[in-house]
Design a protein around this ligand. Structure first.
Ligand code: ADP
Ligand code: MG
Length: 254
């Protein structure tokens, strides 16, 4: 049984290849012929109006959502209805959500070591050492024994990022990681994301933080009505939008 796709020739460097992806919620066609290739180390920012399918699309990448047509290959693993493949992809792909989804009854340190101990079967001491390393990186090591409810939103989101990193992901997905935060906490989370980007992490970020997009994105993608309407490098994306829909969107958010 070998479902691992041989990515030869032109898609060689791609860590994500989405081809003609279509998804429906009942009768509602939520994703329409999505095509997207992401190379190792690439930083992609996805924006678009509320309801345009951004979350649904990135949730398909680690199979939090299923889809009905098209194909999706992540790190050489084809996304099909095989639990082994889904598990393999989830090992490679970290995800950070708008609402941090930390376990409230576990300490910060326990939140970070849960996956490594129970999923990756790492010894507790090793998992804790790795966790402390990442907590230091997101500048929160001194809060390791606290519970999520004792931390600010910005701190909790940094913990959520550190928790993902503890699983050694190849790809990080962010779904509006700063949109639930008070304005003064946005920067501390973006700074962590910028650092990750500068270290070469492959990232897909749904965000309307256009300063972040300009600073780190290799490409910016605009979705509307379940389609990728426009994509470009940041400079022309913002200064010279090609479609009326993107022009309108930018005029509303900038
Ligand atoms: P975005 O992240 O761009 O705001 P979403 O991907 O969350 O958009 O949603 C796209 C569309 O799909 C929206 O119209 C939303 O109402 C609809 N939708 C999202 N989740 C579901 C669901 N579980 N069942 C039915 N419709 C859904
Ligand atoms: Mg969304």
């Amino acid at each position: 049984m070998n479902h691992v796709t041989d990515n030869s020739t032109d898609t060689q460097d791609d860590v994500i290849t989405i081809t003609d992806l279509n998804k429906w919620y009942g009768d509602f066609h939520v994703l329409k012929d999505i095509n997207l290739q992401v190379k190792k180390g690439e930083r992609i920012v996805i924006c678009g109006p509320s309801g345009s399918g951004k979350s649904t699309m990135i949730r398909c990448i680690n199979r939090l959502e299923e889809f009905q047509r098209g194909s999706l290959v992540v790190d050489g693993i084809e996304m099909i209805d095989d639990v082994k493949n889904i598990e393999a992809i989830r090992r490679d792909v970290g995800m950070v959500f708008q609402h941090f989804n930390l376990f409230p009854h576990l300490t910060i340190l326990e939140n970070l070591t849960l996956g490594p101990i129970w999923v990756q079967k790492k010894p507790k001491e090793e998992a804790e050492a790795v966790a402390m390393k990442y907590l230091e990186r997101v500048k929160i090591a001194n809060q390791a024994d606290k519970y999520p409810g004792q931390l600010s939103g910005g701190q909790q989101q940094r913990v959520a990022i550190a928790r993902s990193l503890c699983m050694s992901p190849q790809i990080m997905l962010f779904d509006e990681p700063t949109s639930a935060l008070d304005p003064e906490m946005v920067k501390e989370v973006l700074d962590v994301m910028i650092e990750l980007a500068e270290e070469g992490m492959t990232m897909l970020c749904v965000t309307h933080e256009m300063g972040f997009a300009k600073k780190v994105a290799d490409r910016v993608i605009f979705m509307d009505g379940g389609e990728i309407v426009e994509e470009n490098t940041p400079e022309p994306f913002f200064s010279n939008p090609q479609t009326d829909r993107l022009q309108l969107f930018l005029s509303q958010i900038l």
